[in-house]
Design a protein around this ligand. Structure first.
Ligand code: ATP
Ligand code: MG
Length: 407
């Protein structure tokens, strides 16, 4: 058995590195053709309490590295057959060991020619013979610590990935649950609406004024609940459905959104000032239009009584994104509410004052997320609001069409 392990002890059979009692230890590979030099190095670093693995040739070292992870390799330069440099080159060629630190062991007389060649092969350090025990131990211990830390990071990362996977699953289950609840709630609701309407139409003569008033209230409450459920369903659909992304001219999307807001614009005699928009964004046109409709309709809606809405729209371009801003002259929003208004059913006003279900901005935020973008707001009470949407530019996605799965 040419290979030996054990912290400076007699040569023994290889110990599986990841067995329980070896959990904390890391492997240090020492490669030298001369047993006396191997023993000398082993004696010095045994104090570190790690697994020392000895190889008597480059080939043997390479064989060992095929299966096992090592913290650092101490590699003699002058060996018959594969010398240290050739071995290092082969170690570097392999994915598994391309980043494993190598410390070359070499005689002082060879230093000059060796040092530059060694560094070009990715050596992290040199130790010159005769070896100074403290120097060797300190250098090796640095790489042992580094390896342990890396191992910890890897394991934390794995735990994190697992946790993310679990959370994603939980999230998907919750969204599916919301969808089915919302979907199933609509059927009895429609029955309530239908029968109260029938009551009002077919039995109007038999109901006195209060009876008719009560039936009317059932109708309007059922309608409001149906609106809420429909909005929840649209939000849930936006979260779950597959959407195909591609280049979309912003101006075309805005034109379409403005067309949908036309009745509101006319009713309020609003002024819309739009800068020339030439940008394209990486998006889904339908989702983008819906997002703009939500933002525009808010700008037209949340305006003090008697004030004529004035909405300004412009863009700014970064290297990777386009930012669209929609500025209004409305009632504004205090900064402590900036985050919460993007959540489902969060509203700052009564429906009597400003009608709505409070899902518009949640949809805007979800849509931005699904298209790889971001949204935000800057505002002050009584001084209007500026909502912005940042979306990737198509140049960032050179491979044409792409899609975003549900989630
Ligand atoms: N431009 C704005 N100016 C002032 N307040 C706003 C503006 N946009 C949104 N808000 C505030 O944020 C809340 C949430 O907006 P969101 O669009 O989600 O709901 P909504 O407009 O009330 O209802 P919906 O859009 O679902 O019909 C609003 O109720 C309002 O209080
Ligand atoms: Mg809204």
């Amino acid at each position: 058995m040419p290979r030996e392990q054990g912290g400076g002890a007699e040569a023994t059979d290889p110990v599986p590195v990841d067995s329980q009692d070896q959990e904390e230890k890391v492997n240090i590979l020492v490669v030298d053709d001369r047993p006396d030099k191997l023993l000398a190095v082993e004696t010095i670093i045994a104090e570190l309490g790690q697994n020392i693995v000895k190889a008597r040739s480059g080939q043997e070292a390479l064989r060992f590295l095929l299966q096992t992870d090592v913290a650092v390799i101490l590699l003699d330069v002058n060996m018959p057959g594969l010398d240290g440099f050739e071995t290092a080159a082969l170690i570097r060629q392999r994915k598994k060991s391309e980043h494993t630190p190598i410390i070359f062991l070499t005689a002082v007389s060879d230093t000059e020619t060796h040092v530059s060649r060694g560094y070009s092969l990715g050596a992290v350090d040199y130790i010159l013979a005769p070896v100074l025990p403290d120097v060797l131990r300190t250098k090796v211990s640095v790489f042992v610590e580094l390896h342990k830390k890396n191992r910890q990071i890897r394991s934390l990362n794995e735990q994190l990935q697992k946790r993310i996977g679990q959370l994603t699953e939980t999230n998907q289950a919750l969204e599916a649950f919301t969808y089915s609840i919302a979907h199933d709630l609509r059927a009895p609701l429609r029955a309530m609406l239908g029968f109260s309407r029938a009551l009002l139409e077919d039995y109007a003569g038999k109901l006195d004024a209060s009876g008719q008033e009560f039936a009317n209230r059932i109708v309007s409450s059922a309608k409001r609940m149906d609106d809420l459920i429909q909005d929840l369903l649209s939000y849930s659909r936006l979260s779950r459905e597959q959407i195909n992304l591609g280049p979309v001219p912003l101006e075309a999307a805005l034109d379409e959104a403005l067309k949908q807001c036309e009745p509101q614009v006319r009713e309020k005699d609003a002024e819309i000032r739009m800068a020339d928009l030439h940008s394209e964004v990486w998006a889904h046109k339908g989702v983008l239009v819906q997002m703009l409709v939500n933002l525009l309709s808010n700008s037209l809606k949340f305006v003090a009584t008697g004030v004529k809405p004035c909405v300004r729209i412009w863009t700014e371009e970064g290297d990777a994104w386009v930012r669209l801003s929609i500025q209004d002259n409305g009632i504004g929003i205090a900064s402590e509410h900036y985050e919460r208004i993007f959540r489902v059913f969060e509203r700052l006003h009564s429906t009597e004052k400003f009608p709505g279900t409070g899902i518009g901005l949640a949809n805007v935020s979800k849509a931005a997320e699904r298209m790889g973008g971001r949204v935000g707001v800057e505002s002050q009470p009584n001084h209007g609001s500026r909502f912005w949407v940042e979306l990737p530019r198509p140049s960032v996605h050179p491979h044409g069409s792409n899609s975003a799965g549900g989630g």
